[in-house]
Design a protein around this ligand. Structure first.
Ligand SMILES: Nc1ncnc2c1ncn2[C@@H]1O[C@H](COP(=O)(O)OP(=O)(O)OP(=O)(O)O)[C@@H](O)[C@H]1O
Length: 309
């Protein structure tokens, strides 16, 4: 659905985006992560045909971002960090104005916007002037605007920044819901917990280059090794040696707990549990040790910095 190949943007003599290639399959969410100034917004602006690339190419919803810019714009809903909201307009005036750019009549805008305003808890504010809206309300309205023409692709740049926790939750739930409807979403966020919650795939961009990409599971495994599982035991082990199936090793143990690293959990976890039972080791609980996207991000960005230094 989104396919970028060698996308590059040079401002004067500064390379903001350098040979970026990645793809996002239909119905998936890709979190594009990177430090301030890494090139995320510039990438989104190119992919939504707002900014022309210096070189490279991309297709979005099947359309070339340079040759078919109009069709790309019709297929993409964009939420940027700086959405010029005109403070004197009322909510309806604002949505009708943007709807008209997509060739929608006032009636169509209202029909389409009503359920969205409900979902984003903005109903009842239709006649208010935008100058009276809080930051969170503005952000939610900008999202409604991005969804107005029912685009199959969404590009969301920091969708929950400057929002209170409750509004941020409404927006995250909405993004999860949109993904459930099969939309393809490119999500830029500095909030790695949010990225972890919403994304299927991750790409890390650093000084304009993509330095890591893959599914959440892939990048975790690649950067942090095979997953680990913690078993809490019914009785102390008293120093007993455990016989383990192939593909399983012990990374740490205490009196009544053991941490296992398992190369292929689907195949090896059932074998491991059977082996423990066979050795009269009773397991009270067995769960994956959580590993965060934040760990992956910090590790990758730090090692990139060390390589440069
Ligand atoms: N129009 C422009 N002219 C010159 N330089 C620009 C322009 N737009 C962006 N840049 C530069 O390109 C680099 C990448 O900017 P970009 O906004 O894409 O980063 P970002 O990853 O979105 O950062 P942030 O997380 O802070 O929003 C920055 O160094 C920025 O200063």
């Amino acid at each position: 659905m989104i396919y970028a190949e060698g996308l590059t943007k040079i401002f004067d003599d500064f390379i903001a985006v350098n040979q970026v290639s990645f793809s996002v399959a239909e119905g998936r969410v890709l979190a594009l992560l990177g430090k301030n100034g890494a090139g995320k917004t510039t990438t989104i602006r190119m992919l939504s045909s707002i900014l022309k690339p210096t070189s490279g190419s991309a297709k979005v919803a099947g359309y070339d971002i340079v040759l078919e810019a109009q069709k790309v714009r019709a297929s993409v809903g964009v939420l940027t960090e700086h959405h010029g909201l005109y403070s004197r307009m009322t909510l309806w005036e604002y949505l009708e104005f943007f709807g008209s750019l997509y060739g929608m009549s006032a009636l169509e805008v209202r029909q389409r916007a009503k359920p969205l305003l409900e979902e984003f808890e903005l109903e009842g504010t239709e006649k208010k002037r935008l100058g009276e809206f809080s930051k969170g309300m503005r952000q939610k309205l900008a999202l409604v605007r991005a969804l107005l023409h029912n685009p199959p692709v969404l590009m969301l740049d920091e969708p929950t920044s400057a929002m209170d926790p409750e509004s941020a939750r409404v927006v995250r739930n909405a993004i999860a819901h949109l993904r459930g409807q099969g939309r393809t979403i490119l999500l830029c966020t500095h909030n790695l917990v949010e990225g972890e919650e919403l994304a299927d795939d991750v790409a890390i961009i650093h000084h304009g280059r993509v330095i890591l990409q893959g599914s959440l599971e892939e990048v975790k495994e690649q950067q942090l090794g095979a997953p680990e599982f913690l078993a809490r035991l019914a009785r102390p082990l008293n120093g007993a040696t455990l016989r383990l199936p192939e593909g399983v090793s012990v990374t740490a143990r205490g009196e009544d707990w053991v941490r296992f690293q398992v190369s292929h959990p689907r195949a090896h976890n059932p074998e491991l549990l059977r082996a423990l039972l066979h050795q009269q080791v009773e397991v009270l609980s067995f769960q994956e040790v959580p590993r965060s996207l934040e760990e992956v991000f910090l590790k990758v960005v730090r090692s990139e910095k060390e390589n440069v230094d």
